[in-house]
Design a protein around this ligand. Structure first.
Ligand SMILES: NC(=O)C1=CN([C@@H]2O[C@H](COP(=O)(O)OP(=O)(O)OC[C@H]3O[C@@H](n4cnc5c(N)ncnc54)[C@H](O)[C@@H]3O)[C@@H](O)[C@H]2O)C=CC1
Ligand SMILES: CC(C)CC(=O)C(=O)O
Ligand SMILES: [Mg+2]
Length: 368
């Protein structure tokens, strides 16, 4: 079997800082588990704009299409705030997701026991939490046309369009039901069918896919605003949540705080199977480039490290090794390792990004 290939796009802000720790873990798998990866690196986001005048060069796009998996850090930052939308760093990421057709964005929110007292909610509400948000990623309001800032009469109007086809809803619903069968067998679909036609169609299609192909899975529907409230009130009622691009973006950042920090949440963006049977895939933390802490060694690398664990599971069929890495993270947290985002007002000495990486590598060594 040929060596699996990875394209690393560390991006901007804390992206390269957290990705440096993932790179050390990839090296560890090569040396200690005899699992070498063929790793290449390239630019995306603001750093690509600085070099090429575009947030995603065509050559980088082509490489992303060829590798077994892409690992991405984060894109964006205040330096690029005034750029025209067509070259904004975030557009580079949207193009990657769209052209790789990564329609199912899996955003698990798990609360490690060591952080249950640190969550924004009480311990008994979050302890043992393990939910999966499946966010549609290649359509909806981030992509719909028309979009732009237009002039109407004597004022400007900002326009974005929410648009979903039946097939787009169908395929992400199937991804959610398939996942649910391997978990708690429950799917809650969230939209706003009370006020949006796209929500009406979403509910219809999810209901049809369920009745035709997944009657064994328990299905419920919720308006997304009520869903946000229930996510904060009683998150353990959920197993898999399936929702659109915008609602999924918001709900997953909210879910991050149930786990303790945005620096904890990984994600996998999956598309259709490639010739080798594995899905086309990109793995990235849920957080952004965190300009407020960039360059200070304060970033929590765990979200990015757990994203690599998802790559081991979904792209490389290495579920046991993914478990090993997740257990190593669990162990260092149980031993008290904390980056500043995981510390309360009582204080203590936080670890730097690299020290958290050191601790996780030591826990991996201890697991052998
Ligand atoms: N996937 C991506 O590349 C994303 C990029 N962005 C971009 O990132 C830039 C900053 O956006 P924000 O709204 O500030 O969101 P953000 O996710 O970058 O940061 C929000 C807050 O969470 C903290 N935070 C985030 N990740 C952390 C980590 N690993 N460790 C410790 N603390 C962490 C930050 O310090 C900040 O206080 C913007 O340009 C935005 O468009 C935002 C979200 C996703
Ligand atoms: C393109 C990103 C900046 C949007 C976002 O916040 C996300 O995907 O989580
Ligand atoms: Mg987001």
């Amino acid at each position: 079997m040929s060596t699996p290939s990875l394209l690393i796009l560390a991006g901007d802000g804390i992206g390269p800082e957290v990705m440096a720790e993932v790179t050390r873990i990839i090296d560890w798998y090569g040396k200690k588990r005899d699992m070498p990866f063929d790793v290449s690196e390239d630019l995306v986001g603001g750093c690509a704009y600085d070099k090429h005048g575009t947030p995603l060069h065509d050559d980088t796009m082509a490489k992303a299409q060829e590798v077994d998996a892409v690992l991405l850090g984060a894109v964006g930052g205040p330096k690029y705030d005034d750029l025209d939308f067509s070259v904004k760093p975030e557009r580079g990421l949207l193009r990657l997701r769209k052209e790789m057709d990564l329609f199912a964005n899996l955003r698990p929110a798990q609360c490690f026991d060591a952080l249950a007292d640190f969550s924004s909610l009480k311990r008994d509400i979050v302890a043992g939490l393990d939910i999966m948000i499946v966010r549609e990623l290649t359509s909806g309001i981030y992509f719909g046309e028309p979009r732009g800032i237009f002039t109407e009469g004597n004022e400007r109007v900002g326009v974005n369009t929410q648009r979903y086809t039946e097939s787009e809803i169908d395929r992400v619903a199937r991804a959610a039901f398939e996942l649910a069968r391997r978990r708690g067998n429950k799917v809650c679909s969230m939209e706003k069918a009370n006020v949006m036609e796209s929500g009406v169609l979403w509910r219809e299609v999810v209901t049809k896919v369920h009745a035709e192909s997944y009657p064994d899975v328990q299905l419920s529907h919720m308006y997304a605003d009520a869903g946000a409230m229930q996510l904060c009130r009683n998150p353990k009622q959920f197993d898999v949540i399936v929702t659109d691009n915008l609602f999924g973006d918001l709900l997953s950042d909210a879910a991050a705080m149930l786990t303790g920090s945005l620096g904890m949440l990984p994600s996998a963006s999956l598309g259709a199977p490639m010739a080798n049977g594995r899905p086309k895939a990109l793995y990235e933390p849920v957080h952004g480039s965190a300009p407020d802490i960039a360059g200070q060694g304060k970033a929590n690398p765990i979200a990015c490290i757990l994203s690599f664990a998802m790559a081991l599971r979904y792209s490389f069929d290495q579920g046991a090794e993914a478990d090993r890495l997740e257990r190593a993270v669990e162990k260092v947290l149980a031993d008290g390792a904390r980056t500043p985002d995981l510390m309360g007002p009582e204080g203590g000495t936080p670890l730097t990004t690299a020290q958290m990486g050191d601790a996780i590598l030591a826990a991996l060594d201890a697991s052998l």
